[in-house]
Design a protein around this ligand. Structure first.
Ligand code: TYM
Length: 334
């Protein structure tokens, strides 16, 4: 609790081009929750270097991502929007938690297996212990709730297990967090293969809508989206391509799948696809304009970065000091 409010933590990696999946699965829910909770939204740049990055590019992407959080409507005076690497407590707590996490647990993480297969030439220890750093992110702020897409649920479960294990030994140190998964948009699928999630690391650019895609590109990608030969528009697992398009449509318009089914009853895919494209454009266009406007205001963004790093450090140090004491580190002499 901070000032009588429950705490929310979430983050995104500044790696690759953010997709519509990141927006609908995570960022959009952050907005709806931000009044109710005391929120920490991190640009998790430390996670990004588990895959080799171009330094200048990473710096640029990290700043763009931080700007995007604000452009999406998160008020940086109320919400703590900051870079993970500006708060050393993340790394410090991560080390301690790694001594309370089993190799077997980390070995089971599907994201590790996927990334290790994809980057076989660089299976570094950071890639393996990535979920421990993620647990540290969350537990450092005593978060009650963590809004994420479905793909992060396994990491959340691990975080809860580590927190409970630690609490069982040392007493009530950590708040055990709950995942928050939105009703629509929690798993946006690839437009080219609806059995796979839409991912920023997909090699086929037609598979993903990037948040910075222009309207023509968005429309073209939707028109090429893989569907099926059923010819009818139903929200059903038997039609994964159509279901994904309806999910996107509903997440962008606020309609329910039943309302959308009714709206497209008797219509063909040739009508559905551009309608979904229009719905997405109407969400992304204002977002892109706001990113462009804010990016021009360097002094403002810099001031946000400075203020929020201080705020995040303040809360992080509180937890860290408590944890250090519990595990038996000697007190600092001041
Ligand atoms: P990342 O950067 O891969 O994704 C950011 C958020 O977007 C969600 N997401 C999706 N949701 C729906 N459909 C999709 N196709 C889709 N693709 C991505 C993710 O679930 C996520 O919520 N490890 C995390 C970042 C992280 C984090 C944390 C998150 C680090 N520490 C602490 C929460 C709490 C990641 O790589 O997300």
């Amino acid at each position: 609790m901070i000032d009588g409010k429950k705490v929310l933590f979430s983050g995104m990696q500044a790696t690759g081009n953010l997709t519509l999946g990141n927006y609908l699965g995570a960022l959009k829910n952050w907005l709806t929750l931000s009044d109710e909770y005391e929120c920490f939204y991190s640009v998790v740049d430390m996670h990004s270097i588990t895959i080799r990055q171009n330094p200048a590019e990473l710096r640029k992407r990290a700043r763009n991502l931080l700007t995007l959080y604000i452009a999406a409507g998160l008020d940086p005076k109320k919400n703590c929007i900051y870079y993970q690497s500006h708060v050393s407590g993340h790394a410090e707590l991560s080390w301690i938690l790694s001594c309370f996490t089993y190799m077997g647990e980390l070995n089971r993480m599907t994201q590790f297996k996927d990334k290790a297969a994809k980057h076989a030439d660089n299976i570094n220890a950071g890639l393996f212990t990535y979920p421990v750093l993620m647990a540290a992110d969350i537990l450092l702020y005593q978060a009650d709730v963590v809004p994420v897409g479905v793909d992060q649920m396994q990491h959340l479960e691990l975080t809860r297990n580590v927190a409970e294990r630690f609490n069982n030994i040392y007493g009530d140190v950590f708040t055990v967090p709950e995942a928050y998964v939105g009703k629509v948009g929690a798993k946006i699928m690839s437009l080219q293969d609806p059995s796979r999630k839409m991912s920023k690391s997909d090699e086929n650019p037609n598979a993903s809508i990037y948040l910075m895609d222009d309207p023509d590109t968005i429309m073209r990608k939707f028109k090429r989206a893989v569907t099926d030969s059923e010819g009818c528009i139903r929200y059903s697992d038997a039609q994964p391509g159509i279901k994904n398009l309806l999910d996107i449509y509903c997440a962008c318009t606020g309609k329910t799948p039943q309302e959308a089914e009714k709206e497209f009853d008797g219509k063909g895919y040739g009508e559905l696809k551009p309608a979904v494209g229009e719905a997405v454009i109407s969400v992304l266009k204002p977002l892109q304009e706001e990113v462009a406007r804010l990016s021009g205001d360097k002094a403002y963004i810099d001031s946000i970065i400075k203020e929020n790093a201080e705020k995040a450090n303040y809360y992080a140090s509180k937890t860290l000091r408590k944890v250090q004491k519990k595990v038996g580190f000697p007190e600092k002499i001041r």
